[in-house]
Design a protein around this ligand. Structure first.
Ligand code: NAP
Length: 303
């Protein structure tokens, strides 16, 4: 019997990340508090947020409101681009916002060190390699239990890992992964370096934000047919595909019935043929673009 709701993936630092988490990007502060509480009351043990989402305070309130002990919950948050030169301060800001004593996983949100004075400029004297030097120091405080990166492509990871200052291999790379952005080379590269991948926008991100250009992934015939055959929803099929690729998944919802549905992943699985039929989907799109940043981060599907 497959028990995905209690599944954890081992990380390279000896810790284990719960396979299913709740995403919170674009969850408004007033809705996210209750969404986090609901998710934790219904079995979720992993919450993903970021300083950039502007909702850490309410995420923290949702955690406390749930009554689930802090030590049973995995909290991921991320260093915003304008804080790359002030890692310790950025980290402390997230701790204060969330009002918790430690962060389970602290990520560099993007490999882009934006000038805090002018968000159209990249800092001339700073890049993510220097940011990582500061991230590594957080481990000594005991308040960041694991550290990692997000939106890093192969060339970013090659640069980081080959730098002599890199003593700690990122535990996680959180990247956009769904059937229309499967990034097999990046996934394989991370695996070869012992870096676990968390899949974001794993449902194809249908929030309709100005930077969301997703197509109707959940209407893809391969997904719809499988959903009918297996009496599941298309979203559940998409999430199971992500889990069975060995990635953790962090579907976002503020809707209780969907929060439940996205966690109803026990006791069934996809066969190899079913996995292959989803992997054969040809449409391609990315939910998260890099046009709003001062430098290009994404150079093609697997660059
Ligand atoms: P997503 O999880 O792929 O999709 C979220 C959208 O799907 C919401 O509109 C949600 O609506 C809807 N939805 C959720 N479950 C559903 C279901 N069962 N049936 C129908 N619709 C459903 O998109 P995402 O927010 O882009 O990605 C997930 C999380 O990944 C984020 O929230 C964030 O935590 C993380 N993320 C990280 C980065 C990064 O740069 N590291 C970038 C993007 C995302 P309702 O909420 O209205 O129910």
């Amino acid at each position: 019997m497959v028990q995905n709701t209690s599944l954890v993936y081992p990380l390279n630092d000896g810790r284990s990340i719960p396979a299913i988490g709740l995403g919170t990007w674009q969850s408004k502060p007033n809705e996210v508090r209750d969404a986090v509480t609901y998710a934790l009351e219904h079995g979720y043990r992993h919450i993903d947020t970021a300083l950039n989402y502007g909702n850490e305070k309410e995420v923290g309130e949702g955690i406390r409101q749930s009554g689930v002990p802090r030590e049973k919950i995995w909290v991921t948050t991320k260093l915003d681009n304008t804080w790359h030169k002030r890692v310790a301060e950025g980290f402390q800001k997230s701790l204060t916002n969330l009002d918790i004593d430690y962060i389970d996983l602290f990520l560099i949100h993007f490999p882009c060190s934006t000038d805090p004075e002018d968000s159209t400029k990249h800092l001339p004297d700073w890049d993510f390699v220097k940011t990582w030097q500061e991230m590594q120091k957080l481990l000594d405080t005991g308040k960041a239990k694991s550290i990692g990166v997000s939106n890093f492509q192969i060339r970013h990871l090659e640069k980081l890992l080959s730098d002599p200052s890199c003593k700690v291999v990122p535990a996680v790379n959180q990247i956009e992964l769904h059937p229309s952005n499967p990034s097999p080379k990046l996934l394989q590269f991370c695996k070869s370096k012992g870096i676990h991948c968390t899949a974001y926008s794993c449902l194809g991100g249908t929030s309709g934000s100005p930077i969301n250009n997703s197509g109707p992934l959940m209407e893809e015939p391969a997904i719809v047919e499988l959903a009918k055959d297996k009496s599941k929803t298309p979203q559940q099929i998409g999430l199971m595909w992500g889990l069975q690729r060995g990635t953790s998944i962090i579907p976002k919802s503020v809707t209780p019935s969907r929060i439940d549905q996205n966690f109803a992943l026990d006791g069934w699985s996809l066969t190899t043929e079913e996995m292959d039929s989803i992997s054969a989907i040809k449409s391609r799109f990315k939910v998260v673009q890099d046009g709003w940043m001062p430098i290009r981060v994404f150079l093609g599907d697997d660059g």
